[in-house]
Design a protein around this ligand. Structure first.
Ligand code: HEM
Length: 195
C-alpha cells in the first residue's frame, strides 16, 4: 500500500462538488473545503467524547484529561478553520449563494450530535468519577471554545450577509446569538451538577 491509498486521497478529493456556475468554482470549492475540515474535526470530537464516556469509570484522571484536551484542541482548530473565510471572495460568495437555497450548516448532522452529546447527556455530569476541578476546568474551556466559534461565526454572518436571512431560513445573526445564549444556559445548568 502507498500513502495516497492509505488515506484514500482520491476519494477525499472527489468529495468536493461545487454546484453553482463553474466561473465561481474556485471560491465555492474553497467554501466546501472549509466545511469539510469542520466535519472531520466534528467526527474526531464525537468519537473522543464517546470513548471518554465509555471508559469514564476505568480510565485514570490523566487519560480523562488528555482525551478532553484533544476535544478542546479540535474546537480551537475549528475556530482557526473558520478564519479561513476571511480569504473567501465576498462577491463570488454572494453570486454562488443562491445555489445553496435550503442548505445550511445548521443541518450538519454531526454538529447536532455534538449539541446532544455535550449539552444534553446529563448522565455524564452526574457521574462522580468526573467530579474533579481539573476536569470541570477543561470542560469549561471546551464550552467556551464552542461559544467562541459561534461568536466568530456571527462575525462571518455580519461580513457576508449582514442582516439577511440565512439559507436555512432563520433570522441569521439574531438566530446565532440566540443559539449562543441557549448553549450558555445549558452549560450553566451542567455547572450546577458539577460543582
Ligand atoms: C460565508 C460563510 C457562512 C455564512 C454566511 C454562514 C451563515 C449561517 C447562518 C445565517 C446561519 C443560521 C442558520 C440559517 O438560517 O442558515 C448559520 C448556521 C450555522 N452554520 Fe454557518 N455560515 C457560514 C459558514 C459556515 C461554516 C464554514 C460552517 C462549518 C461547519 C458553518 C456551520 C454552521 C452551523 C453548525 C450552524 C448552526 C449553529 C447552531 O445552531 O448552533 N457555517 N450559518
Amino acid at each position: 500500500m502507498i500513502y495516497d491509498d492509505y488515506i484514500a486521497l482520491q476519494k477525499l478529493l472527489d468529495c468536493n462538488n461545487p454546484q453553482a456556475d463553474p466561473k465561481y468554482a474556485l471560491e465555492e470549492s474553497f467554501f466546501i473545503r472549509i466545511h469539510h475540515i469542520h466535519e472531520i474535526n466534528f467526527a474526531q470530537i464525537l468519537e473522543d467524547l464517546q470513548s471518554f464516556d465509555a471508559k469514564v469509570i476505568t480510565s485514570s484522571l490523566k487519560d480523562k484529561k488528555d482525551q478532553l484536551y484533544r476535544i478542546l484542541a479540535c474546537w480551537k482548530l475549528n475556530i482557526n478553520t473558520l478564519k479561513l473565510l476571511e480569504f473567501l471572495d465576498k462577491e463570488d460568495f454572494l453570486s454562488f449563494r443562491p445555489s445553496l437555497t435550503g442548505i445550511s450548516g445548521m443541518q450538519s448532522s454531526q454538529y447536532l450530535l455534538w449539541i446532544e452529546a455535550f449539552y444534553k447527556t446529563v448522565d455524564r455530569y452526574s457521574n462522580q468519577s468526573i467530579h474533579h476541578s481539573s476536569i470541570t476546568s477543561i470542560l469549561q474551556s471546551i464550552h467556551t471554545s464552542h461559544s467562541d466559534w459561534l461568536a466568530a461565526h456571527e462575525e462571518v454572518i455580519l461580513h457576508f450577509i449582514q442582516n439577511d436571512h440565512g439559507t436555512g431560513d432563520t433570522e441569521g445573526l439574531r438566530y446565532m446569538q440566540e443559539q449562543r445564549n441557549h448553549y450558555d444556559t445549558l452549560w450553566n445548568e451542567i455547572l450546577t451538577t458539577l460543582n
